[in-house]
Ligand binder design. Structure first.
Ligand code: PTJ
Length: 253
């Protein structure tokens, strides 16, 4: 990985790029993952590279759903394994969620490398290698474990493809997504759509989980019953508009 000086004005963004590129070189991130990261970066620019109010609201609701779930599962793909494996493990520990690797471009080598990466970050068990159940999909993301994603009541699916998100919602699961594009099929299909950068979102969620797991159950239930995902998506778009308006004002003279 190229050393990025911490005082570089684009440090966080360049570091994330290096991590995804390193994931490709090490064989656990797909080459397509580079394109996904580039798309994410451009939406992050439009948002102002910050966790907006609507994202924080969705992140709190998502943590409440994970804490209340009977069988919560965090799904991991090649980009997530490159960008934030330690944050996935921390959030899983704090919420009691299982971790399952689920890949669009599935190979046994990639599955193995990602599982080892998560274990090196402290995960005791990682599902996904021995799928014994199937979602109603025609690609490899259908391959799931019966005690993991298949039977989960709440699934966190960061950097998702809209297809699987739709199927999981049809199975009446609470589906939480993290996707910087508020217009993507994934964001529009999910139960709780977090429009934020994966790294920031998982960090915020781990912090909230540490605080919220001490809260009363009815307070967590309240957060979910009052949650409005349509409002979150429309606010995310407005937050982009507002940010662009401010930028336009700055360049006016
Ligand atoms: O590891 P695999 O084989 O399962 O493949 C994973 C990728 C990510 C390649 C696959 O799921 C894919 O092609 O995803 P898409 O269709 O490119 O969608 C990725 C979405 O995530 C896009 O809407 C991006 O804007 C968004 N995104 C990319 N990077 C980030 C992100 N959102 C949040 N944080 C990011 N760092």
């Amino acid at each position: 990985m190229t050393d990025i000086p911490p005082d570089h004005p684009r440090y966080e963004s360049l570091l994330a790029r290096e991590k995804v590129a390193a994931g490709v070189k090490m064989g656990f991130t797909s080459i397509q993952g580079l394109i996904a990261q580039g798309r994410g970066e451009s939406f992050d620019y439009l948002l102002g590279e910050r966790s907006t109010e609507s994202a924080l609201y969705a992140e709190r609701a998502a943590v409440a759903a994970l804490l209340l779930a009977e069988n919560p599962v965090i799904s991991v793909n090649g980009n997530v394994a490159a960008l934030a494996p330690e944050k996935v493990v921390a959030l899983a520990d704090l919420t009691g969620a299982k971790i399952e690797v689920n890949l669009f471009h599935r190979t046994e080598t990639r599955m193995h490398l990602i599982i080892e990466q998560l274990k090196a970050c402290g995960a005791s068990e990682v599902l996904g290698k021995n799928p014994d159940a199937s979602l109603d999909l025609s690609h490899d993301r259908r391959l799931v474990e019966s005690r993991g994603i298949y039977s989960a009541d709440v699934v966190l699916v960061p950097l998702e493809d809209g297809d699987r998100c739709e199927k999981l919602v049809e199975m009446e699961k609470i589906v939480i997504t993290i996707d910087l594009n508020p217009l993507s099929r994934t964001s529009r299909m999910a139960t709780i759509s977090i429009v934020d950068n994966l790294t920031r979102a998982l960090g915020n969620m781990a912090k909230f989980a540490g605080e919220m797991r001490k809260e009363r159950k009815d307070e967590l239930v309240n957060l979910i019953t009052s949650y409005d995902n349509k409002k979150v998506l429309s606010e995310a778009i407005s937050e982009i508009q507002e940010h662009l308006k401010n930028l336009a004002a700055e360049v006016e003279y």
